[in-house]
Design a protein around this ligand. Structure first.
Ligand code: T4K
Length: 383
């Protein structure tokens, strides 16, 4: 336990994130309009408008809105019409939704290890996991940092293995000047309240041709083709008018939100980069970042304090960090005995060291500076 005499808590709780909210009166006006129309869901006016706006923003003409980011992963995989059964190679360093989507679709997840710099799936490890049963790779752009898509494409294209990107964290990110959702064979994203851009609950699927988009549109509506025919085994994954209306009021402010977060990221980078026990993961270099997350790794030996203790000490100061992604999804009982669950040493190292710091546009700069000072002081007092 460190001597806390030198530290006093921030007066209010600082959460890991906070949703961007539209003007409440504007939202009430939209809701009144929806009430008057009595059209609440099933590809309504607000849904169609938001889908168009998201497609434009993401430069992806074949975009389909859905009710959350988890269903978006299911649909992105289903859109590719893979052979039934078999394996999908993925990362254990992600939110449970990624691995569970593979399982719910009846494929076996096979874990590849992560890159020690970005935390994203390692292409070399993917190559080592490919078998005749491999149907696809589900990669995740963790924290919005792009995967090494060139290396992944090289590994996969040799054997015609499609790549699906779970891009839940990556709304607004650009790689080589292009929107990140254009990578791979299909991408999914999340518009959950905790995300950079939100529809309260929601998400989207990005495919690359009109035929695949049509299939996704059917699959999210029970597979219904028309009043006389149900074409596919689909489910209900539609976004309601209330959710779309919320998103429509926020889509124009996405870039401003990213710019505000960049200022917070700068404060963290300036304040933490010289601490030798701290590694900054989310540097935002080599691509246009969205600053969805700000993530560091703590080296316990050098810091004199472990990640979990630091997490607790910060909590005592009203700073609520998160350990995304601890525990690894390979530790879920259903997957923990898979041979590949024991073959991810880098991910197992990261799960012990990772800490995500609060970042959102409304976070006061003074609060971000307080977080930096607190981390510095706690490490100083611990070593
Ligand atoms: N793929 C990846 C890689 C993902 O990270 C996720 C979701 C998905 C797929 C699936 O997308 P969705 O199906 O969820 O659309 C949160 C989010 O619930 C989850 O969406 C997100 N990833 C994950 C990384 O984080 P929790 O359990 O950490 O959320 P929670 O409720 O503890 O909220 C975190 C903090 O956010 C709170 O302490 C305060 C703030 N907050 C939260 C909510 C819900 C608010 O201020 N207002 C709110 O309404 O999972």
């Amino acid at each position: 336990m460190i001597d806390r005499e030198y530290l006093s808590a921030w007066p209010q709780s600082i959460p890991i994130t906070q949703p961007t909210m539209p003007d409440v009166q504007d939202y009430i006006d939209s809701v009144k309009d929806i009430f008057a129309s009595k059209w609440l869901t099933n590809n309504g006016k607000y849904h169609r408008q938001l889908e168009t706006r998201v497609a434009e923003y993401c430069e992806c003409p074949h975009t389909s809105l859905v009710n959350n980011g988890t269903m978006a992963i299911l649909l992105a995989i289903a859109a590719l019409e893979l052979e039934d059964g078999g394996e999908i190679i993925t990362t254990p360093f992600t939110f449970a939704a990624s691995t569970h989507s593979i399982d719910w679709l009846g494929y076996d997840p096979v874990f590849a290890d992560i890159d020690p710099v970005t935390g994203n799936i390692c292409p070399k490890s993917v190559k080592d996991r490919i078998t005749p049963k491999t149907r696809a790779v589900l990669a995740v752009h963790v924290y919005g940092t792009p995967c090494d898509h060139e290396a992944l494409s090289e590994v996969c294209s040799e054997r015609n293995i499609p790549i699906i990107y779970d891009a839940a964290h990556a709304f607004g990110v650009k790689v080589g000047g292009e929107n990140i959702f254009r990578l791979g064979d299909a991408s999914s994203t999340s518009f959950h309240a905790t995300k950079l851009f939100s529809t309260v609950e929601g998400g989207a699927v990005f495919v690359h041709n009109a035929e695949a988009k049509e299939r996704v549109d059917k699959l999210k509506n029970f597979g219904i083709l028309n009043e006389n025919k149900i074409q596919y085994s689909g489910l209900n994954m539609k976004q309601s008018e209330m959710h779309s209306a919320f998103g429509l009021l926020l889509i124009d402010s996405v870039n401003a939100e990213i710019a505000k977060r960049a200022e917070i990221a700068k404060i963290y980078a300036e304040g933490l980069s010289d601490i030798d026990s701290v590694t900054i993961v989310t540097k935002g270099e080599g691509f246009e970042p969205n600053w969805a997350y700000y993530t560091i790794l703590i080296d316990e030996e050098k810091a004199g304090i472990g990640r979990d203790q630091l997490y607790d000490e910060l909590k005592n100061l009203n700073i609520f960090t998160r350990r995304y992604f601890y525990p690894l999804t390979s530790r879920v009982p259903k997957y923990e005995n898979l041979p590949s669950a024991a073959m991810v040493p880098v991910a197992q190292q990261w799960e012990k060291q990772v800490l995500c710091l609060p970042i959102y546009g409304a976070l006061e700069k003074a609060a971000a500076k307080f977080i930096v000072q607190s981390i510095r002081k706690i490490i100083e007092l611990s070593s």
